[in-house]
Design a protein around this ligand. Sequence first.
Ligand code: AMP
Ligand code: MN
Ligand code: MN
Ligand code: MN
Length: 309
Amino acid sequence: MHLLNADLHCHSTASDGSLAPADLAERARDGGVQLWSLTDHDDVAGQPAARAAAEALGLAYVSGVEISVSFAGETVHVLGFGFDPDDPALRAGLAGLRAGRIERARQMGESLARVGIRGAYEGALALAPNPEAVSRTHFARFLVDSGHCSSVHEVFSRYLKEGKPGFVPHRWAGLGEALRWVRGAGGVAVIAHPARYRFSPTEEFALFSEFQAHGGIGVEVTCGSHFPDEVARYADMALEFGLLASRGSDFHAPGESRTPLGALPDLPGRVTPLWTLWADTLAGRRAPRAGEPGPAPAALRALAAAAAS
Ligand code: AMP
Ligand code: MN
Ligand code: MN
Ligand code: MN
């Protein structure tokens, strides 16, 4: 039984998702989501439409973004929540990351051409409604559509993972930089899907410590790419570091994503959910700042029940 069905991770056509924000809002509602966030990669263009659609459907909405960060030679994703989507420094930082995506995509096209796959740059761009947000996902969809592979997963394994012919190393934001953008815009930062990174225990400890030193306050514990043992492991890490716990499907597209919006198990009972941060705005006890969820009686009742249990 869901105490509060919060789904704080998914992607729209503003990045590498296949649905518009309003379509995602309907799916969130249909999936029983009570508190929702759209977290496009390196872009907040979908935020106004997501909030408007959510609130029209009676869903509490918190602003979101998933920022690409380079840390210890690996790409790490940092989720930002509850920030002002109009903050100029945040917007400028994200625009810089997107500018790097176009050039990386051109190089990916060239390296795929060297293994005999032609037209991948043009093909990927044609599948990216927001060309600045062109990603490996768009290349993967192009390689499936053009018959080179039978699934997006196969494309990543054969062509797009590190060490494969279409992989182009890229320098994303610094960890401190990403945290400054989110916190400077009034938001909070959360480490996304920690089990996905290929870190040694020492590197992982460094990530959590530095993230916290930069003011990060949460970790995604329950998410679409975590197995049950990983959920338990990161629940323990959240307690060890004193981090709040988040939950998100990371939904991208029907047919590609295994986890529909709102369908994940509850967070383990021993962690403190991220959304306790917004108990006062959900309850109408404090006016929400830009990006925070507004009064939502149903979500609040669920939150209160969870706190009491
Ligand atoms: P990019 O930001 O352009 O490097 O693309 C990263 C995106 O690729 C992620 O956000 C996922 O949506 C997708 N992705 C990464 N690895 C895989 C995989 N093994 N299978 C399917 N999608 C993946
Ligand atoms: Mn993605
Ligand atoms: Mn991610
Ligand atoms: Mn994601």
